[in-house]
Design a protein around this ligand. Structure first.
Ligand code: MF3
Ligand code: CO
Length: 295
C-alpha cells in the first residue's frame, strides 16, 4: 500500500538481530509474543530497547571494566582516605583499561564517580575535604563507557566499625536487590521485580526513594524504562529478552523524603538526616531468565 509500506521479514530471511540465523529459528517467536502482549494492552518495550547479540557483547566488555574498577575500590577503600582519592582511583583505573568514566561531565557532573556517605542518598561529589571515618557507610557508583557502550553498577562499603543498625540497612538493601533479580524473567513484568524489592524494604521498616530509580542502560547511559520499586506485580513494562536495565533502590532508614543541595545541584540527602543505602546491578533479560551484566 502506498505510504504504508511495512517491511515484512520472511521466515527464512536472516534474523534482523544479526545472529546469522534464520528469522524463524531466532526472533520470530519473540516478535509474535510481543504482538500478542501488545494486543492485550501490555506495556511492551520498543524494539530499540532490545539489545542485539553483538551489542550485548560490547556492553559486557564495558562492564568488565566497571566490575574491575569496583573490585579495585573494594580492595583499597579505607578509613582516612578522601573521596577525592576514590575518584582518582576510579578515573585512572577506568582510563588504564581503555574506558571513559561516564559520570565525568555528564550533565555537568564534575567528577568520575558518585560517592554517597551516610545521609547522602545519591550523586555525592568526591572531595578532597571529605574523609572516610570509622563507622561510615558509603556507596560508590561507577559507570563506564567503552566504544560508546555503557555499564553501571554500585556497591556499599562499611568503613571500620559500623553500627548494627547501619549494617542491617546495608544488608537489607543488598537482599532487596537479590529478591528483585529473582523476578527478572522473560514474559514477566517489571512490576514483579518492583514489588519484590519494595515489599522487602517495607517489611524491614525502611522507606524507598520514589522519584529517583533505575533505568534502561547499554546503548545510552539512561534509557527507558524508569525502574521503580513501588510498582505492583503484573504491571509496568513487559520483560522481553534483550531488555537491559539497572536495579538500584535507594533505601532510607527514616523518611523517603530528600532534598538536593542547592550549592551544587547534585548531592541528594535524606530530609531527616538518617542514613540511606543503595546497591546497583545491571541486568539483561535472556530467553531463559536473566544475566547480571555489571555488579
Ligand atoms: N550512576 C548513576 C546512575 O545510576 C548516575 C550518576 S550520573 C552522575 O544512574 F552524573 F551523577 F554521575
Ligand atoms: Co544507574
Amino acid at each position: 500500500m502506498l505510504g504504508k509500506a511495512k517491511i515484512v521479514i520472511g521466515r527464512n530471511d536472516p534474523c534482523p538481530c544479526g545472529s546469522g540465523k534464520k528469522y524463524k529459528m531466532c526472533h520470530q517467536a519473540i516478535d509474535q509474543k510481543m504482538v500478542e502482549f501488545a494486543r492485550k494492552g501490555a506495556y511492551v518495550p520498543s524494539k530499540k530497547l532490545l539489545k542485539k547479540p553483538a551489542e550485548i557483547e560490547k556492553i559486557k566488555e564495558s562492564a568488565k571494566i566497571n566490575v574491575a574498577v569496583l573490585d579495585y575500590i573494594a580492595e583499597n577503600i579505607k578509613e582516612g582516605m578522601t573521596t577525592a582519592e576514590i575518584d582518582k582511583m576510579v578515573h585512572d583505573k577506568t582510563i588504564d583499561m581503555g574506558g571513559i568514566p561516564a559520570p565525568l561531565n555528564y550533565g555537568g557532573f564534575p567528577k568520575s564517580v558518585c560517592t554517597s556517605i551516610n545521609d547522602v542518598v545519591c550523586h555525592g561529589i568526591p572531595s578532597e575535604h571529605e574523609v572516610l571515618k570509622d563507622g561510615d557507610i558509603i556507596n560508590v557508583d561507577v559507570s563506564t563507557i567503552l566504544d560508546g557502550y555503557y555499564s553501571d553498577s554500585s556497591r556499599m562499603f562499611c568503613i571500620g566499625n559500623v553500627s548494627e543498625e547501619n549494617k542491617k540497612l546495608v544488608e537489607v538493601t543488598k537482599k532487596a536487590v537479590e529478591l528483585g533479580l529473582e523476578q527478572v524473567k522473560p514474559w514477566g513484568f517489571l512490576g514483579d521485580m518492583g514489588q519484590a524489592v519494595g515489599d522487602y524494604i517495607k517489611e524491614n521498616g525502611y522507606s524507598v526513594v520514589e522519584d529517583i530509580g533505575g533505568h534502561g542502560v547499554g546503548l545510552e547511559f539512561h534509557e527507558d524504562p524508569f525502574v521503580a520499586y513501588t510498582t505492583k506485580r503484573g504491571t509496568d513494562m513487559l520483560l522481553v529478552p534483550g531488555l537491559m536495565f539497572t536495579i538500584e533502590p535507594m533505601v532510607n532508614m527514616g523518611t523517603k523524603e530528600h532534598f538536593t543541595e542547592e550549592s551544587n545541584g547534585w548531592v541528594v540527602r535524606t530530609k531527616d538526616g538518617k542514613p540511606s543505602a543503595q546497591w546497583e546491578i545491571q541486568v539483561l533479560v535472556t530467553e531463559t531468565g536473566h544475566e547480571v551484566i555489571s555488579w
